[in-house]
Design a protein around this ligand. Structure first.
Ligand SMILES: NC(=O)c1ccc[n+]([C@@H]2O[C@H](COP(=O)([O-])OP(=O)(O)OC[C@H]3O[C@@H](n4cnc5c(N)ncnc54)[C@H](O)[C@@H]3O)[C@@H](O)[C@H]2O)c1
Ligand SMILES: Nc1nc(=O)c(N)c(NC[C@H](O)[C@H](O)[C@H](O)COP(=O)(O)O)[nH]1
Length: 257
């Protein structure tokens, strides 16, 4: 487990504008990940790849300290065996795993998620499963939803509505690529469900075999700020409103930051 380091003083005020407010009583979604210069988030399918510098890795734990829950897809758990707790300060954050066929059941007992619960340094995960995968006697908290039979996917609105009903008000989404790419798309109502985007870019290339973040359609990011650290840069922004989208279209579909 990489040790955390002190955060540069200017990083905290830079981030705070993009984080949920403490008195937030609406629902807030922050999408955050670390990528290479060629928009890869790992070297290959099922492989954990350290991309962030210790400084930006520590930043992710600072961001965790501002959210009620942290959400990842099941492949990230299988590849990375993440702790999904907050090591920046004493803060309880609930891990949410999107796992329609409930694969976590088979590896949970030997996972870091389980170890953290047993050691009292992490909350028990909540696993979002499809109704058809419901089985008894596993001792894991589940949230049962229906996937769309055509796509095999949950709707993000259903997921976030159900989390809200459980008292969760803010979710930090950490990946992986399937989750990120689908959240970089408008929902059926034409709106994005993501409120803030926080992307670390490291000066490395991971190559064409890497796991790529690239949504199906181009989109503009607005209200953008950049922070430059010892090695990485961090881009914060919000997903485009209709006006931003039109501006992107006028530039021939190119995305400008
Ligand atoms: N660099 C980073 O910031 C970062 C962050 C997280 C993960 N990763 C890397 O990403 C890779 C994993 O990415 P990935 O794309 O393979 O997997 P993923 O973690 O996005 O998980 C995908 C799986 O989650 C489930 N899922 C996701 N969205 C769903 C939905 N709406 N409805 C139903 N099921 C849904 C499905 O089972 C799907 O196969 C790993 O190599 C990991 O190391 C990198
Ligand atoms: N910010 C970031 N930089 C990286 O270089 C990297 N590989 C990840 N990956 C995110 C993913 O969710 C990981 O699984 C967790 O970062 C594991 O971290 P924890 O054990 O929870 O601290 N995230």
């Amino acid at each position: 487990m990489a040790p955390l380091v002190p955060l540069p003083q200017d990083l905290i005020p830079f981030l705070d504008r993009y984080l949920p407010r403490k008195d937030n009583d609406d629902f807030f979604v922050t999408l955050t990940y670390a990528q290479s210069l060629d928009s890869r988030i790992s070297k290959g399918k099922g492989i954990q790849t350290i991309i962030s510098h210790p400084e930006t890795k520590t930043m992710t734990h600072y961001i965790r300290s501002h959210h009620d829950a942290i959400l990842v897809g099941i492949n990230t758990v299988l590849a990375d065996d993440p702790g999904l707790n907050c090591r920046y300060c004493d803060h309880d954050i609930r891990p949410i795993i999107i796992d329609p066929s409930f694969k976590l059941r088979t590896i949970f007992q030997r996972s870091k998620l389980h170890e953290n619960c047993v050691n009292g340094v992490g909350l028990a995960p909540l696993v979002v499963i499809d109704r058809h995968s419901l089985v008894e006697g596993h001792g894991i908290d589940t949230l049962v939803l229906d996937v769309d039979p055509k796509t095999g996917k949950f709707s993000w609105l259903d997921i976030f509505k159900a989390l809200r009903e459980k008292g969760i008000r803010s979710v930090m989404v950490e990946g992986g690529a399937t989750v990120i790419n689908s959240l970089l798309r408008r929902g059926e109502d034409g709106l994005f469900v993501v409120n803030s985007l926080i992307v670390t870019v490291a000066p490395i290339y991971l190559g064409s075999g890497g796991v790529e973040v690239s949504p199906r359609e181009g989109l503009a990011v607005e209200d953008v700020s950049w922070w430059r650290g010892k090695r990485d840069v961090v881009c914060c922004g919000r997903l485009t409103s209709e006006a931003g989208r039109l501006a992107a279209d006028e530039q021939g579909g190119e995305v400008s930051c």
